[in-house]
Design a protein around this ligand. Sequence first.
Ligand SMILES: Nc1nc2c(ncn2[C@@H]2O[C@H](COP(=O)(O)OP(=O)(O)O)[C@@H](O)[C@H]2O)c(=O)[nH]1
Ligand SMILES: [Mg+2]
Ligand SMILES: [Zn+2]
Length: 216
Amino acid sequence: MHNITVGMEYDVLKENSSIANANYELMKDHGVTSVDFMGSIGAGKTALIIALAERLREKGVRVHAIAGDVTGTDDMDRMAASGLEATNCNTGKECHLDAHMVGERLKAIDLDTVDVLFIENVGNLVCPADFPLGTDMRVVVISTTEGDDMVRKHHDIFIHSDLAILNKMDIADAVGVDPDVILRDYEKLTGGRKEMIPCSVRTGEGLDRVIEALGL
Ligand SMILES: Nc1nc2c(ncn2[C@@H]2O[C@H](COP(=O)(O)OP(=O)(O)O)[C@@H](O)[C@H]2O)c(=O)[nH]1
Ligand SMILES: [Mg+2]
Ligand SMILES: [Zn+2]
């Protein structure tokens, strides 16, 4: 039984990886730089994408977002209301986006009118790590309100991402969380080779640093 499960999982991940490569090539052909934002429910992924897009638009960068959610259009609607062009991607039952779903959305977007594509993954700190989408960068967003043990509990997602963001710095005190504990855990896990940026979408703290770290 165990072997069958392992075999199936291997095939699914292999298939995902080959579609992710195709997505990557397609975006490169059209000069699109892409970022996959992963993180738990409520960490501030949508708010961050909207705030980053606003800053990039001021620089003349053309941004498009794919809003990944199990059901509904709430995030896409928020993005669109802010003036950000957005495409919805409902997974139905799945708790993560996969390369195939994103590939289907890419077909519906005029990539020649896009410089930067932000993809908001489904709120989840576990399986998105296993499903690369073909983006240039993978970012994990956590927030102080989730407690100080997120890095210790979720090694995989931090290891499989290029950059981490610690959001809601403005209310760390109010929820009794010491951000330094989280930053230290991250440094220990990554051997100091990757960056976790303290940030607050509410106050704007750290947002310029995020744009710089993404090379945008
Ligand atoms: N205080 C504070 N609230 C924030 C911040 N970023 C997001 N929020 C709020 O947190 C809630 C969840 O944010 P959302 O962007 O929907 O998170 P998502 O589920 O990761 O997309 C919303 O009510 C946001 O207004 C922040 O930096 N500080
Ligand atoms: Mg969201
Ligand atoms: Zn999942």
